[in-house]
Design a binder for this molecule. Structure first.
Ligand SMILES: NC(=O)c1ccc[n+]([C@@H]2O[C@H](COP(=O)([O-])OP(=O)(O)OC[C@H]3O[C@@H](n4cnc5c(N)ncnc54)[C@H](OP(=O)(O)O)[C@@H]3O)[C@@H](O)[C@H]2O)c1
Length: 327
């Protein structure tokens, strides 16, 4: 065993799949605590993020796309936060008791829907700002995806105008705040009246309801010469209508998974991408979060035992994110 110490418990409670399937396949079970390698930390998970992509992973579609051989019992949960319970022998950045958050996609050691998970230290960070454990738990993948889209894919510059489509969702509500910190003027297309109010509160310069408003007209009023760039987190007819407001030579970015894929008007670059999960990106994210008040919206928190209800809640209108609490 490579670790310098290990949690005393040999087994843990987890929501583990014996086979891929619907929400009913999410079953609470006792399974072994994962062992850590030299470059891993063992996290005592206190909260897990419920990702918009978790149902796809639960149904087995995700492992097919990324081409990995699943091991059962299979523990979902890309994102989470908690306390370091043990460190591998080569780990120098963390010590037992540190409060951390982390993301690990399709982790072969098991995900965050469990009392413990083993994660490579490169994916782990101390919790920034004044975030609660639930806020930190839901943050990493969506925030990294927002920041990758804004800085690396769109190359957003201070003074530029940005459309955020899906602005009241997981990525969207973080993207508004990060884009404001990068100096952009933000036109938010949110879902519902509550979504519009939420987007404005987070700093959007203008916000409209993509479920009922004339988004193209509103976008043209916002930027009569066209909007410079768009970050798109939901696809469909309204998305494509709104994107007609992006200026010639402008840019559109959307993370892989957004369906239907957005259509770019002539003369506009469109790029699908994946959020980066690197120490440098996490450091940049923490720096931006620490530079002022930052809101991570946890709309609802379910106990681990109710993971299937949390998956059902994903399908209903909500602001920001959904979390699981793990005692
Ligand atoms: N490739 C990657 O690296 C990566 C990483 C993270 C996420 N993703 C993918 O990116 C996508 C977005 O993720 P997310 O976490 O942001 O999901 P999300 O929380 O579900 O956000 C999408 C938002 O779009 C809103 N929306 C849908 N139609 C709308 C419309 N016509 N007008 C205004 N808003 C509308 C939804 O609102 P309501 O549902 O409330 O109506 C929701 O708030 C998902 O497909 C996810 O799988 C990919």
């Amino acid at each position: 065993m490579a670790q310098t110490s290990q949690a005393k418990a040999q087994t843990m409670r987890a929501v583990a799949l014996d086979q891929f399937g619907g929400p009913e396949a999410l079953k609470i079970q006792d399974i072994p605590v994962p062992q850590i390698e030299a470059d891993e930390v063992l996290i005592r998970v206190e909260a897990a993020g419920v990702g918009a992509w978790d149902p796809y992973e639960r149904e087995g579609r995700f492992v097919e796309i990324i081409g990995i051989e699943p091991k059962f019992p299979y523990v979902l949960g890309t994102d989470g936060a908690g306390t370091i319970a043990a460190i591998g022998k080569d780990v120098s950045r963390f010590k037992e008791g540190d409060r951390v958050y982390a993301a690990a996609l399709a982790n072969p050691k098991g995900g965050f829907y469990a009392q413990y998970t083993a994660v490579n230290e490169d994916n782990v960070s101390l919790i920034p700002g004044n975030l609660t454990i639930e806020q930190a738990a839901v943050l990493p993948t969506d925030a990294a995806t927002a920041l990758t889209g804004l800085e690396k894919v769109l190359g957003l510059k201070s003074g530029e105008s940005l459309m955020v489509f899906g602005a009241s969702g997981g990525i969207g509500h973080l993207a508004i705040q990060l884009a404001k910190r990068l100096g952009a003027k933000v036109f938010a297309i949110a879902s519902g009246d509550d979504g519009v109010q939420f987007a404005k509160r987070l700093g959007a310069d203008s916000a409209v309801d993509g479920r009922s408003d004339d988004v193209l007209n509103a976008a043209r009023e916002f930027a009569p010469n066209g909007i410079d760039a768009a970050l798109v987190t939901a696809g469909g007819k309204t998305t494509d209508q709104a994107l007609a407001a992006i200026r010639k030579g402008g840019r559109i970015a959307y993370p892989h998974g957004v369906m239907p894929e957005p259509t770019a008007p002539d003369g506009v670059d469109v790029e699908a991408y994946d959020g980066e999960n690197s120490p440098a990106l996490i450091e940049r994210l923490n720096e931006l979060i620490n530079s002022g008040p930052f809101e991570v919206q946890v709309d609802e928190t379910f106990p681990l035992e109710d993971a299937s209800r949390a998956h059902e809640a994903l399908r209903e209108h909500h602001l920001g994110k959904i979390a699981l609490r793990i005692d």
